[in-house]
Design a binder for this molecule. Structure first.
Ligand code: ADP
Ligand code: MG
Length: 336
């Protein structure tokens, strides 16, 4: 066992014709970490995952897994020979094999009693001991996904790659399957890279999160750091609409039309502008109000309001949906 990172990516780039799908990506991921890759559609998430798996070869850079260089300018180790498991978006079980045979398929010695025992242990872990004989089409989406996970775990990988593995599950099922999957991976000490385009999923699942934009890795950090201290406007906007206010800074404070805000040491210098998330603002009743709600976007537990201020600024304000709004004539926006 090496003590270095389980996955080490250095200067990875890959272009398809004129499209730069992955652009100079470097990243270290330790064993046991769940690392979420977050980005819009087309930002290069799947391509990066395919490069780590060895399904695609980068144009530049290197991939090291468990201390061994598996791909660089000199050589390229095939997917089958890498200590890597993966679960893709549509789980793609072999339809003509039952669940157990699907899991045994990936094992080096699939006829041995030992392999069968290991497979049965994996079924127990994913909570499907009673479905080992089932054909894939008789399994629900969540069950198929868990069989796909068991199949990927059957090779005892050091690295697990998950490409939007929960996106085709309905909401009720998703949270449960996600929790089971990530718990098993954490307990096994596997370094996991999980691709998602859902910011909430990335924040709630990732020990760390990386934001990809047009093939570039623009920020890596803990969910807390990524959300509260984005490295710039692009990173901030990954999590939805944001307010830009003119600001005048002095020391660690910035003066805005809504009052003063404090700056954290790690916040990037963005001269003249303050970015505020909608939940950092609140609508209140005030004699000097003069704000008007232009649009209302119900979000379930919260509601997003687009507000026009008396100074003709347009601001997004997020409130709990259980909070009631004062009358339009006396509305004002304040910093929370
Ligand atoms: P994501 O998974 O973030 O949606 P992808 O990695 O699939 O993004 O794609 C990144 C970019 O590379 C996109 O512009 C996509 O069109 C392009 N691309 C991906 N795979 C191929 C391919 N096999 N041939 C040509 N272009 C590709
Ligand atoms: Mg993709």
């Amino acid at each position: 066992m090496t003590t270095g990172p389980a996955i080490q990516l250095k200067g990875l780039s890959l272009s398809y014709g004129d499209v730069v799908a992955v652009d100079d990506v470097s990243l270290d991921i330790p064993g046991g970490e769940i690392h979420c890759l977050l980005g819009a559609s087309g930002s290069g998430k799947s391509t990066l995952l395919r490069i780590i798996a060895g399904l695609e070869r980068q144009g530049e850079g290197s991939v090291t897994i468990g201390g061994e260089v598996v791909s660089d300018a000199e050589g390229h180790i095939e997917t089958e020979l890498r200590p890597v498991g993966f679960v893709l978006q549509d789980y793609a079980l072999f339809p003509h094999l039952d669940a157990l045979e699907n899991v045994l398929f990936g094992m080096p010695d699939r006829k041995s009693a030992e392999s069968r025992m290991k497979a049965e242990e994996l079924f127990a872990e994913v909570g499907l001991s009673d479905r080992v004989d089932a054909m894939p089409h008789t399994l629900s989406g969540g069950e198929q996904q868990r069989v796909a996970l068991a199949r990927a775990m059957a090779r005892s990988p050091q690295v697990m790659l998950l490409d939007e593995p929960f996106s085709s599950l309905d909401v009720q099922l998703r949270a449960g399957v996600r929790e089971t999957t990530l718990r098993i991976l954490r307990e096994a000490g596997v370094a996991t890279v999980m691709v998602t385009h859902d910011p909430a999923e990335a924040l709630s699942c990732g020990d760390r999160v990386s934001i990809l934009r047009e093939g570039k890795l623009i920020q890596t950090g803990s969910p807390e750091a990524i959300y509260h201290h984005p490295c710039g406007q692009e990173a901030a906007e990954t999590f939805g609409v944001i307010n830009r206010l003119a600001g005048e800074s002095s020391g660690d404070r910035v003066k805005t039309s809504l009052g003063e805000v404090g700056l954290a040491a790690q916040d990037p210098g963005c001269p003249g502008t303050v970015l505020l998330r909608p939940e950092q603002l609140v609508l209140v009743e005030s004699g000097d109000g003069g704000c008007r709600v232009d649009r209302i976007f119900p979000e379930g537990s919260t509601t997003l309001y687009l507000v026009q201020t008396a100074e003709d600024e347009r601001l997004y304000v997020r409130m709990l949906s259980t909070e009631t709004l004062p009358e339009d004539s006396s509305l004002a926006v304040r910093l929370r």
